[in-house]
Design a protein around this ligand. Structure first.
Ligand code: AMP
Ligand code: MG
Length: 426
């Protein structure tokens, strides 16, 4: 049976980054930039004021203090978005608001707080303000943002391969881009299998259970930046499975749950082996041993055939989610052009003991907390592979090595962080 690392490697070997497509910038966070972004403009375009104040010639303020202000004639007011038509000459100043281009002649901005602006505003006689007292010396360049200081025209603002986050979206907007070329998001067909399953929103007949995997898996697909295509529920019959699988033909990946164990009706893996290509079945991991991975035939938009990776996850509600985190997530990230597939991992002190009789790598669900500068992990109650609340309460998975029969309370383990604190439920 394959180890987790061997299985993951086989999966990664079979998937490649997808092609690029143009997307509206607001839809691009989480995607990987597929082009260098070279700036055609300076950002900011002109020297502009970093403060509300007075644009002056710094020499004019020499010796200014609260006791002996230097008085200047106010010749104009300029707002952000406008350009003053007046040149600042010795003995004059232009009132200027933050972001407004610095008028010709001025080399510095004195903020309102260092002038007698407030006092003048209070006295009606001084409206409009025609004179201002400067209360402190300023120096050339002070409170002026230089043209191009953020991004200079002709330079590369963002490199191909950059993961787009809100800061990059803002940066693209500051350069005037409404669309950007990025590696497109994979479409992942999601199929649940089992005669016992009923879709949400319908009454639950005796002997049936609601299909939760479709929703937890589609949620994970979305969380990691791909697009779920929900195929619904297939009964455990060959015809129905095959006809549902046909609907996955235009997807970039197929994720099924259930039907990969050794039971009488577990025919997903058999159909995969017969009609597709089975790369492996079973991994030395708990939960999630009966994972099946292979390829099914699909069609491209141009009508040619291609292989679609198929991850056949076990049906148990926890098993399929843990298998997704371990195997599907890295594959999706690779398809999205990302380079780093690992979730953040911390070393945590176990607050529970775990027995490992199966000789498989265990990923138990845990609440990982930082206290006094160290991480501690406690299990989220019963760890049955169908106990979905154990997953809901968890913010991490603790890794119990395959070669350990037992890990005792107080020992240090690796904890994979599924979520950080802001998202934890307990
Ligand atoms: P299987 O892998 O098909 O043998 O299913 C293993 C267990 O997971 C069984 O108890 C199933 O009822 C349960 N199960 C399978 N699919 C789903 C699903 N979509 N939602 C919730 N439970 C499921
Ligand atoms: Mg089943």
């Amino acid at each position: 049976m394959l180890s987790v690392e061997e299985a993951l490697q086989k999966i990664l070997n079979e998937v490649d980054p997808l092609e690029e497509a143009s997307v509206p910038i607001l839809d691009s966070p989480g995607q990987v930039l597929a082009e260098d972004i070279k700036s055609d403009i300076n950002v900011p375009p002109l020297d502009n004021s970093a403060m509300d104040g007075y644009a002056v010639i710094s020499r004019d303020t020499r010796g200014a203090s609260a006791e002996s202000p230097k008085f200047l004639r106010v010749i104009d007011t300029v707002m952000a978005g406008s350009i003053s038509q007046h040149e600042v000459v010795p003995g004059t100043a232009v009132r200027i608001m933050t972001g407004a281009p610095v008028p010709e002649g001025a080399d510095s901005v004195v903020q309102f707080e260092n002038t007698d602006e407030e006092k003048r505003k209070e006295s009606a006689a001084d409206r409009p303000i025609t004179r201002v007292g400067i209360l402190s010396e300023t120096s050339p360049g002070l409170n002026i943002r230089k043209a191009g200081e953020d991004i200079a025209r002709g330079t590369i603002a963002l490199r191909q391969g950059t993961v787009i986050r809100p800061a990059e979206v803002g940066l693209l907007a500051s350069l005037g881009y409404s669309q950007v070329k990025a590696i497109r998001r994979p479409v992942v067909a999601v199929l649940s299998t089992g005669n016992e399953l009923v879709d949400v929103g319908k009454p639950l007949p005796e002997g049936k259970i609601y299909d939760s995997n479709t929703y937890s898996i589609a949620g994970l697909v979305r969380r990691y930046g791909a697009i779920p295509k929900i195929l619904g529920i297939a009964q455990d019959s060959e015809e129905e499975l095959i006809s549902k699988l046909k609907q996955a033909q235009d997807a970039d990946m197929l994720v099924t749950t259930g039907g990969v164990s050794a039971g009488d009706y577990d025919m997903v893996k058999d159909i995969l082996a017969r009609d597709g290509e089975m790369v492996f079945w079973k991994v030395r991991v708990k939960p999630g041993k009966p994972l099946a991975f292979g390829k099914i035939k699909g069609s491209s938009r141009d009508g040619t055939t291609r292989n679609i990776p198929h991850l056949g996850l076990p049906g148990n509600a926890v098993s399929c989610m843990v298998s997704f985190e371990l195997f599907v997530r890295p594959a999706l990230l690779k398809m999205m052009g990302k380079k780093n597939f690992t979730k953040p991992t911390v070393e945590a002190i176990m607050e529970d003991s775990v027995k490992n009789s199966a000789g498989r790598r265990i990923y138990d669900r845990a609440i990982v907390e930082r206290r006094d500068g160290r991480y501690y992990a406690r299990l989220t109650g019963p760890q049955g592979s169908g106990v979905l609340t154990s997953m809901s309460r968890a913010n991490g998975l603790v890794l119990i090595p395959e070669d350990r029969k037992e890990v005792n309370k107080g020992e240090v383990v690796q904890a994979i962080m599924l979520d950080w604190n802001e998202e934890v439920n307990s």
